[in-house]
Design a binder for this molecule. Structure first.
Ligand code: IFM
Length: 802
């Protein structure tokens, strides 16, 4: 069954019935103030940090699900009937309903008894507040006496404390009202406040939740709405609400617009001044136009026209949009990750930066700097950090012998290299950055060097990387205290990272960047050993060690446990084969061609399924402490044999590196969320963004998706599709176009903005090949390399495949 459709022209997903199998959400805001809005108006808001600056509440794990939210109630004064444009929370069957999720905004529209209510939620101009623009239309030829109630339930800013220390929180919360502005703050805080405001004439208001709803009622039937007015309550204890009642009588066919503003103020005396330009409906609408322009510009750096409509839709709009959201919020705050405790993941954010590099590289750089500051002086890194304070943390995996994850620091190399290739900003490599001890500072390049050294210095009995608490797979917890468990995946990631360092150093050396007085050069050469040979030796050594210890005949093993036993081997009863040690054998250039092809065949044979490639097979049936978290999941779930989508683009890239464009595209296509639009009853999650996991082929609920939005799937699918299938990627001194496409494509077109210049690219595939280039012309001249052009210029690139 379908619950909606893509409106391609307006770049919106339109939900056409409110009872979606899970809340289908959107994000508003740009990474500072913002929040989540579901297709029925459910969700919550926060300022910079969902743990420490929560603005409104949300009840997870609760039925009725998806409450509370940003609610507009429309009440008919004559009949006393009331309803919501978004259906929740009153659940009145309305005459029509739609939810339009666009980039950075959501519009809920409902119609009931001749009144159309429309509410648009968005954050204007990256401010610390959000606008709810409400439009009421009386489409009947008779006057209607109406009231609008606007409602949001405040949260104590520390969202953990809000649930844990009710005794304290409920004694100190204070709600106040002053001429259209409700403020909410703890008693002892004199500057900050959360607020809810309107420019309309307020008939009545409430700041106390119990008064607005009634102690034994719910958001479905608040006493204030039922009675047709609020009580002007001032909350001196208990729970807070921002609630307004506005009279909105409409003549025949008359319309009325109004604006509500919900936000967080660092200085509460400045709220009125801060919001004054946004309170009028016209100004609010103008801000929405600016927001749409921002997003057009954001996605406009890459635009493709391929024979596959779904690919176009995702590369051009939805995948790019999702990448910005993962870039903003890592794995911190969604309807599945609660914005509590977890913070921004170091490995996650480093990977997320890859998905936005082509469009906002300077913001990516800022994030990368924060990540480098999370590194210890020995090269490893915190597992996560909190955006408000920049403080780091170590995550949840059990600590036995080691307290570090084996992979976090290595991803930084991929992120920095991608940044330099996109921008040509080599100076960045020489910038000093503090370590997390806040006193030692070294260049970016040295930070990366130290990351490699950490893994190199922490190898186990097979001379490959120790596993630590876990690697990319948070749930593979092999360290039991012996300290010998090893990760084949991390070893392969190390190979990839060291090759990227080598590539970078060779470029620097050959292009005069490594002068004797360059700080980074001096810092990196170790006891007189020149960096390029150092990295080349490190790579060879690790590659040999992996091949000697971990080749299993048809695929690579995944790890060795703390007793030295392999995981991901044909000698195992369960967990015989894992996906990541096959794809990364290719990404890390560990496998020779013969082994690489065997790995790919084995993945296709044992792991692939119609909804995507599972992480491993067969799944572990029971808990096993030698493997840890992975065996806490039932068979076919998440890391235990589920389709953990983040891993699938690594397979796509691997196939392209072997020249298999048909297979790469098959893997790409089979997990495109849009392809599940007509199958939403089974899939359950939003068809416009990737989810993190789909229950795998061994699970009785095979095909059900979960944990939508915040997943490395977004960035890596962006990389796989645009940089490897379509083959358009940045390099230090040129743009590369090296497609690996389905053989039945006659070609494709693309526009790519690179360092400010626009490249209009046409790829021609007259002989129906997957890969291989016969000729490239730029502005009519044959070239071997597509040059960097002056910003502001436009160029035509024609790539003729063999
Ligand atoms: O790699 C991790 C990620 O950091 C958080 N979510 C789960 C992934 C796989 O375990």
């Amino acid at each position: 069954m379908r619950y909606g459709y893509f409106d391609k022209k307006n770049k919106e997903y339109v939900v056409t019935r409110p009872d979606t199998p899970t809340p289908w959400i959107n994000y508003i805001g740009s990474g500072n103030y913002g929040g989540i809005v579901s297709n029925t108006g459910g969700g919550y808001s926060f300022h910079k940090d969902p743990q420490n600056r929560r603005v409104t509440r949300y009840r997870y794990n609760s039925i009725p699900m998806d409450r509370p939210g940003r609610y507009i109630y429309i009440r008919n004064k004559d009949t006393g009937e009331y309803w919501n444009p978004g259906y929740q929370p009153v659940l009145k069957k309305i005459d029509s309903y739609s939810c339009r999720h666009g980039m950075g905004y959501t519009v809920l529209t409902g119609e009931y008894q001749g009144v159309i209510g429309e509410v648009t939620y968005f954050v204007p101009d990256d401010k610390n507040f959000e606008i709810w623009h409400v439009k009421l239309s009386n489409i009947r030829g008779v006057a209607q006496k109406l009231q609008v109630f606007a409602y949001s339930e405040f949260c104590f800013w520390d969202a953990i404390m809000d649930q844990q220390n009710v005794d304290w929180v409920q004694q100190i919360n204070q709600g106040r009202y002053d001429d259209g502005i409700i403020t909410y703050h703890p008693h002892h805080i004199t500057d900050n406040a959360a607020f809810f405001a309107t420019g309309e004439k307020v008939s009545s208001f409430d700041t106390n939740l119990e008064t607005f709803i009634g102690k034994y009622r719910s958001e479905s039937n608040p006493i204030a709405v039922e009675q047709g007015g609020c009580s002007n309550s001032i909350s001196r204890r208990m729970n807070g609400v921002g609630a307004f009642c506005i009279d909105a009588d409409l003549g025949p066919n008359e319309e009325r617009e109004m604006v509500f503003i919900l936000g967080f103020a660092e200085e509460r005396k400045e709220i009125r001044q801060d919001i004054k330009d946004y309170l009028s409906p016209n100004n609010a609408k103008a801000a929405l136009v600016r927001l749409k322009e921002y997003w057009e510009n954001y996605i406009g750096k890459l635009c493709v026209d391929t024979p596959d409509e779904e690919m176009n839709l995702f590369v051009n709009v939805w995948n790019q949009y999702q990448c910005k959201t993962t870039f903003n919020w890592s794995r911190f705050v969604s309807l599945y990750q609660l914005g509590l405790g977890r913070g921004m993941g170091i490995r996650d954010s480093a990977q997320d930066s890859l998905g936005v590099m082509h469009t906002i590289p300077s913001e990516a750089k800022e994030l990368i700097i924060k990540l480098l500051k999370c590194q210890f002086t020995d090269g490893r890194a915190y597992h996560l950090f909190f955006p408000l304070t920049g403080e780091g943390g170590q995550g949840d995996a059990p600590v036995k012998k080691y307290d570090w994850y084996s992979d976090d620091h290595l991803w930084l190399i991929l992120a920095v290299n991608a940044y330099v290739k996109e921008t040509g900003d080599f100076k960045f490599l020489n910038e000093p950055i503090l370590y997390n001890d806040k006193t030692t500072s070294e260049t970016v390049m040295k930070h990366l060097d130290r990351a490699l050294e950490f893994t190199y210095n922490n190898r186990g009995p097979n001379n490959i990387a120790l596993a630590g608490r876990a690697d990319w797979n948070d749930t593979l917890n092999l360290d039991l205290g012996n300290g010998v468990a090893e990760s084949v995946f991390t070893s392969m990631l190390f190979c990839r990272a060291v090759l990227e360092m080598l590539e970078l150093c060779e470029y620097l050396k050959n292009n005069g960047f490594c002068s004797e007085d360059s700080a980074m050069y001096k810092e990196m050469s170790c006891e007189g050993v020149e960096p390029c040979s150092k990295f080349s030796d490190m790579y060879q050594e690790m590659r040999n060690a992996i091949n000697e210890s971990s080749w299993d005949g048809e695929w690579y093993k995944r790890a060795f446990d703390d007793y030295g036993n392999p995981l991901g081997s044909k000698e195992n009863e369960y967990g015989k084969i894992f996906i990541n040690s096959q794809s990364w054998a290719i990404l890390g250039k560990v496998a020779d061609v013969e082994k690489a092809e065997k790995c790919m065949e084995s993945v296709d044979k044992y792991l692939n399924s119609k909804f995507g490639i599972v992480t491993m097979y067969p799944s572990y049936p029971e808990y096993d402490e030698t493997k840890g978290g992975i065996t806490t999941f039932p068979v076919g779930t998440k890391e235990n044999g589920g389709i953990f989508l983040h891993t699938n683009p690594w397979m796509m890239i691997s196939e392209t590196l072997l020249g298999n464009g048909d297979k790469a595209f098959e893997y790409y296509s089979q997990i495109l969320p849009g392809k599940r639009n007509d199958d939403a009853e089974l899939y359950e999650v939003e068809p416009y963004v990737y989810c993190q996991n789909i229950l795998g082929k061994e699970n009785p609920q095979f095909g059900v998706g979960r944990n939508s939005w915040l997943s490395g799937t977004a960035a890596w699918n962006m990389v796989a599709s645009s940089q490897h299938i379509l083959g358009i990627r940045a390099n230090y001194d040129c743009l590369i176009v090296e497609p690996c496409i389905p053989s039945n494509w006659e070609g494709f077109k693309a526009k790519r903005v690179f360092r400010g210049a626009t490249y209009n690219i046409e790829v021609q595939n007259p002989n129906g090949v997957n890969s291989g280039i016969a000729k490239i012309t730029v502005d009519g001249e044959e070239v071997t390399k597509i040059p960097v052009f002056e910003a502001g210029t436009t160029h035509t690139v024609i790539v003729l495949m063999k």
